[in-house]
Design a binder for this molecule. Sequence first.
Ligand SMILES: Cc1cc2nc3c(=O)[nH]c(=O)nc-3n(C[C@H](O)[C@H](O)[C@H](O)COP(=O)(O)OP(=O)(O)OC[C@H]3O[C@@H](n4cnc5c(N)ncnc54)[C@H](O)[C@@H]3O)c2cc1C
Length: 446
Amino acid sequence: MPTPTDHVEYATFSGWVDPPADVRPALKGDLDCRVVVIGGGINGMSTALRLVERGQDVVLVEAEFCGHGASSRNAGQLAGAPGGDLQLLDLLSRRKMPGMMRLAEHAAHHVEDFIAKHDIDCEYEATGNAFAAVSRGQMGRVRRVAKIVTRAGGHVEVGTAAELGIPRGFVGGMREVVGGRMNPGRFSLGMRQVLLDSSARVFEQTKVTDVTRADGRVVLTTPRGRVRADRVVLATNAFAGEWDITPKHLSVPIYVIEVETEPIAPDRLAALGWTSGMGLVTQHAIMENYRLTPRNTIVFGVRRLERGTSYPLPEKVPDPGLVEELAGAFATRFPSLADVVIERAWGGWIAITSSWLPLAGRMGEDIYYSIACNGHGLAQAPYIGTLIADAIVDGELPEDLRTVWQDKPKFPRPVMMSRAGLRTIWAYDRFTDMVNGSRRHARLRG
Ligand SMILES: Cc1cc2nc3c(=O)[nH]c(=O)nc-3n(C[C@H](O)[C@H](O)[C@H](O)COP(=O)(O)OP(=O)(O)OC[C@H]3O[C@@H](n4cnc5c(N)ncnc54)[C@H](O)[C@@H]3O)c2cc1C
């Protein structure tokens, strides 16, 4: 019997866009500049763009092409709240919560302003996103999180699925009022075009193999040339662990995946009651995400995290076993669409920190890092990148940057991010799903 995962196309890049046709040539020879940015994701590109805007002489070097990493591969859910476990964060760092909340909402608005200013055609809709509960237990968690977020100054609404306009298969949820959904591939390549049109010198296909200091300057080594600069910004996200200079335990590389269904008939989509069009994230310890696209498909993913164990990180395609597992979860959350076929799957590397918060900081006077927006980088990576540029030019930290700034580059070992730790968290989620499923059946029978 045919199954929904029989004909999945496994993409090595992204399901949202094709690679650009005009990839820029590699650096050949040596050059000097005031600031060099390593990594052309939305983080590094935003840093470079802001530096140019502030009159700096900027070089950006990117191993493949700008937008090659997570920036073009993510689910396109522009979040207006911080990532991670907000109950745990509130418990451990309540003092930081208002600052984190402010940063998250400012970040989403920053991206919306960027899209509008540069007229980037990335299908952005300011729908907000929902923390969606798949069980009564998750709904209790949503209510507790909503209290924490509201106390920290965030803007959210709690309601049933019908009140929020999310699919009836969910119990209810919390709407983050700020943010929305977009095609992240078009957003990243749109930003790339803005960067290429700017005065920044951009070298693609140029992998930095070493970062050292000599004669009071920072020196980047690449296969066919060196860059000497007064300041360098490491914006390589999950790939940051490749050099000796990177602080130990800065972050852990994790591979996450998304899949996309075939186009679904409009009447079947309408029957779901998903009138708000909001992107959804479930309240599992490792979330599932679901979102509609303008092509009447549903993109969904995550559910399991795969730890990268050595550098360089490999180019990967998703594990077919996980694609099947996601298809099973989809059939549970959207029973009326259980027959819908999955057309494609792709994945990307993200950097996760032990605190689940983004990090920025400095090593010595000259090397800045801006890294690890975890699963919330679509909003936060461009914003933090912009703030880093301001910090370099002004010599002082903008207020929102202080929230994530590390005075000393010392980080605890991320214990739960071991393969065994991640497997345990996944098993806990499946156990709670099983218990909730049995309770639901008992209620239906009774
Ligand atoms: C499947 C998936 C789903 C996600 N969903 C969401 C979501 O819905 N919402 C959200 O907010 N976030 C989401 N994220 C996270 C978000 O995509 C990231 O946090 C964000 O894109 C990080 O941007 P970045 O610029 O820091 O990193 P990247 O986009 O990864 O950019 C890093 C760049 O550095 C380059 N590079 C690496 N090493 C070198 C080197 N040695 N020399 C030169 N260049 C180098 C890489 O080629 C790459 O282009 C998701 C991520 C993934 C993978």
